[in-house]
Structure formats: structure tokens, C-alpha cells
Design a protein around this ligand. Structure first.
Ligand code: ZN
Ligand code: ZN
Length: 352
């Protein structure tokens, strides 16, 4: 089969590899329907290795590089070794890409996403930029009948935003500010609204992305290059400030602003991963008892994302701005690297 494999920064190769045929114990083989491209993939392509592991992974045994990328995907189970609730050969599935050991302190406390031995499909083991991928059964979620496989591939990025809202303990009546309206910012907006937020404001310079944020229910969107977002939101929240600020920009220089913008006693949730160091004026943190939370991926949020689609509370179609053949993956990443915020989620499919 033809797989798109990461060899190094700017070195992604479409090449022939053997298709997985017989799953190892406890695993399934999934025929990939759709796989999303995200900021993580782009970062690995341009500047990696960042989260791609060099050397053997203790759970997958995979020695990278090269590694077949792709971690946001849906597909159909074509073989399985073992049983899993609600999953059989032929089942339509969305995949939680988090490998987990199941027995470490964090796995035992339900925090498998920060497992001591964890890693992600498509980074620590071969992923879904291929027609077939092998995945542990525990990582499969059945897709509700009313949800298309194209949309099910968005359960993963949507779960990131649901998790960010949960990390920030967004609750009924809260005012929330989301920085950035890319796929994760939009997902955090959805997470805040479905958690009962009274208002969700968004800071986003791209007009196209601002439109998307409004379509997903943002109360107002501000262009940070044109207005003082902190002042605007302060005025709209009774001169208190937002209860929670979610940073979905991946730009560490904005964290200090996020801290100063949140209300006294408020919370800042950071979703982006960056390799640079954060600079925060600690007076703004300590003297007002604000808290900064890191938010990594999701745990148990993917079934929630699928339910939001199945019940019609989220229209995932609005997130998809392009669908391209897998063989174009490298060209698409080059286009995304040059994109100025017109694209949201681009899906690849090995079927074309
Ligand atoms: Zn991703
Ligand atoms: Zn573990």
C-alpha cells in the first residue's frame, strides 16, 4: 500500500509499504476512510521531530523514523484480534490515537492521555496516512449510524476543544474568551457553549476564520490587529473580565496577555504546544490568584464529540474546507504552511 511517511523535517515520502494483514493480540486493522491534517502534522513536517519519537516506543515497539503520520481519522474495522464492546469486523469507527499502558498511576486514574508510556498513533507508531492502520481495540469508538465517516474524522480535533473547556471548568453562566479560531479554537468555542457558557468571545485576525467562529455560535469576534480585545471583553463582562481564557493560537507570547485579560481568580487554558519558553509577569498571576492550566488532547472526550454530531448540536461539515487524495498530502502541507487562515480542516482520503 502507498503510505505517506515522515523521514525528517521537510522530508515526507509517499512510498510502498506492506499493508498490515493480521492484527497483533488486542489490536484491530482499520481501513482508513478520512484523515485530518492538523497543526501538529504541519509542525512535524516543517520543524520536526517535536512529538515524533526517535527510537523504539515501549508500547508499540515502533522504531522511528520513518513513521507513517496521521492521527485524526475514521474508518472501518477489517480485522480484529480480541473483542471490544460494540465493535465488530465491519464496524464504522473513530479512533482515539492515544496509546496507553493501562496500568500506570495515570491510566488507573482515568488520565490515559498522560500515561507514563503514552504516545500517539501517527507519531509513536504508524498512523493513518495510509489505506490501512493497526490500532489497539481499546482506542476504537463506534460511530453513531447518523454520523458520516467524513465527519467522524473530526471527532478527534473536536475532542481537543471539549477537553480544553473541561480543563477550564467552564460552567453555566461563564463568560469565556477564546484566542484563535482555527480548528482547536472553534472546538473550544463549541466545548464552552455546550458546557453552558453564557457568552463566548473570540479573538481572531482572519476574516474567514471570524466568519466560521460566528457560524459556530461565537457571541462576538474581535480582530486583535484592529481593537484592544482585552478592553472590549472587559466592557462586555460588566468590567469584570472573562472567567476563562482559552489560548488556541500556539503563540506563547500571548499567554501573558491571556493572564492579564482573565478576571481576578480566573483561569487560563493553554492548548498549543510550542518549543519556546513562556514569559508571564507573575504579579498578574499571583496578586489576582489566577491559574494557568495545560490541556493535552482529550480523555474520554471523543465519544462526547461523536454524540454532539449525532444529536445535531454541532455541524462538523462547517469545519471541513477541503478534501484531497492522500497522495497529495505533502502538497497540501506546503499549501497549509503558506495559508493565511483561509483553511480550517483539510481531510485526506486514500480512497481517491
Ligand atoms: Zn491533530
Ligand atoms: Zn499508562
Amino acid at each position: 500500500m502507498q503510505a505517506l511517511r515522515w523521514y525528517g523535517a521537510h522530508d515526507l515520502r509517499l512510498e510502498e509499504v506492506p499493508a498490515p494483514q493480521v492484527p497483533r493480540p488486542g489490536n484491530a486493522i482499520v481501513e482508513v476512510a478520512y484523515v485530518g491534517l492538523c497543526g501538529t502534522d504541519l509542525h512535524e513536517y516543517l520543524h520536526g521531530p517535536n512529538m515524533i519519537r526517535i527510537g523504539a516506543h515501549p508500547l508499540t515497539g515502533h522504531v522511528a523514523p520513518p513513521v507513517t503520520m496521521g492521527h485524526e481519522f475514521s474508518g472501518i474495522v477489517v480485522a480484529m484480534d480480541g473483542s471490544a464492546s460494540g465493535i465488530e469486523v465491519g464496524a464504522r469507527v473513530a479512533v482515539d490515537p492515544c496509546y496507553r499502558c493501562g496500568v500506570c498511576r495515570w491510566c488507573q486514574h482515568g488520565k490515559y492521555h498522560i500515561c507514563a508510556l503514552g504516545g500517539s498513533v501517527g507519531l509513536a507508531g504508524d498512523g493513518a496516512f495510509a489505506p490501512f492502520v493497526e490500532v489497539p481495540l481499546v482506542q476504537l469508538h463506534r460511530v453513531p449510524d447518523s454520523v458520516e465517516l467524513m465527519h467522524a474524522a473530526l471527532a478527534e480535533p473536536l475532542a481537543v476543544g471539549l477537553h480544553a473547556a473541561r480543563r477550564g471548568a467552564v460552567g453555566p453562566g461563564d463568560n469565556v474568551l477564546v484566542l484563535g479560531a482555527g480548528p482547536i479554537g472553534i472546538s473550544a468555542l463549541v466545548g464552552a457553549l455546550t458546557s453552558g457558557a453564557a457568552a463566548v468571545y473570540v479573538s481572531e485576525p482572519s476574516p474567514a476564520r471570524a466568519e466560521h467562529a460566528l457560524a459556530f455560535g461565537a457571541t462576538a469576534v474581535f480582530d486583535p490587529t484592529a481593537v484592544d480585545v482585552r478592553r472590549e471583553v472587559f466592557g462586555l463582562t460588566g468590567r469584570i473580565g472573562p472567567d476563562i481564557v482559552v489560548d488556541a493560537t500556539g503563540r506563547p507570547e500571548l499567554i501573558d496577555l491571556a493572564v492579564r485579560t482573565t478576571r481576578r481568580g480566573g483561569r487560563v487554558v493553554v492548548t498549543g504546544v510550542s518549543d519556546s519558553t513562556l514569559s508571564v509577569d507573575l504579579r498578574h498571576l499571583v496578586l489576582f490568584e489566577r491559574t494557568i492550566y495545560g490541556s493535552l488532547g482529550y480523555n474520554f472526550d471523543i465519544p462526547r464529540a461523536l454524540e454532539l454530531m449525532a444529536t445535531g448540536r454541532v455541524d462538523p461539515q462547517r469545519l471541513i474546507t477541503d478534501v484531497r487524495p492522500l497522495r497529495d498530502g505533502r502538497a497540501v502541507l506546503d499549501e497549509l504552511a503558506a495559508d493565511r487562515g483561509t483553511q480550517l480542516k483539510v481531510l485526506l482520503t486514500p480512497k481517491e
